[in-house]
Write a protein that binds this ligand. Structure first.
Ligand SMILES: C[S@@+](CC[C@H](N)C(=O)[O-])C[C@H]1O[C@@H](n2cnc3c(N)ncnc32)[C@H](O)[C@@H]1O
Length: 202
């Protein structure tokens, strides 16, 4: 049993109730920013219960990874029959991606970069597997984005901290440490606690 199974496995039955509809506008906007194109190979990291798998355009291939078998089992059930042949599921730790360098056109990381123990180590793996000229999109709470510094932020941060969420990842510092080029930043959801950070790999 992996850490993912221990922490996220028991959450699987309630995950969609707590984090489904409320966070879905952010997922939709994220895919609109990512703009998967015909023939592209996209890596989705921490796919969870697969809440956005049916929103990818039919022209791209998706490799979806997660530590938790239970979360991915739910994701498999969710994928529409016509989308299923284009989605591959792999149980994998984002800290040690089992892919060669530069094999993906884009990497998408929804609500996951701030639940891993070492976001920089994961970030380096994302950069490694993305090709030059490719995109990396992270969606979660980041510090340093003015729109997300609202009244709910401090309370949400305390609650998130109790669940071991790294609430104080600073967007600009994180992107700079990974050597990425910021392309677009947009705060999303109500209240605006999450942000889309789209980067390019030069
Ligand atoms: C907060 S959930 C987000 C799920 C989904 N992306 C969403 O939009 O709701 C975080 C997910 O990341 C997975 N996860 C946590 N640590 C991971 C790691 N080191 N490698 C791969 N997946 C991980 C968890 O199992 C869980 O499914």
């Amino acid at each position: 049993m992996t850490t993912g199974d221990i922490i996220y496995g028991p959450l699987t039955p309630i995950y969609d109730v707590v984090c489904g509809a409320m966070l879905q506008p952010g997922r939709r906007r994220a895919l609109a920013h990512l703009q998967p194109a015909a023939g592209e190979r996209i890596l989705e990291v921490g796919v969870g219960t697969g809440l956005d798998l049916n929103d990818y355009p039919g022209c791209c291939q998706v490799v979806a990874i997660d530590l938790s078998r239970a979360m991915m089992a739910r994701a498999r059930q969710r994928v529409d029959a016509d989308q299923a042949p284009r989605v591959e599921f792999l149980q994998m730790d984002a800290m040690r991606l089992g892919f060669q360098d530069a094999v993906f056109d884009a990497v998408y990381v929804p609500y996951t970069i701030n639940v891993v123990p070492d976001p920089i180590a994961v970030g380096r793996e994302l950069v490694r597997v993305c090709r030059r000229g490719g995109r990396i999109l992270m969606l979660n709470h980041f510090d340093g984005i003015p729109e997300t510094s609202n009244a709910v932020n401090a309370i949400a941060g305390r609650v998130a901290g109790a669940f071991k969420v790294n609430w104080h990842l600073h967007a600009a510092t994180f992107v700079r440490e990974l050597g990425l080029r910021p392309v677009a930043i947009e705060s999303v959801n109500v209240p605006r606690l999450s942000s889309i950070v789209l980067c390019g790999k030069d």
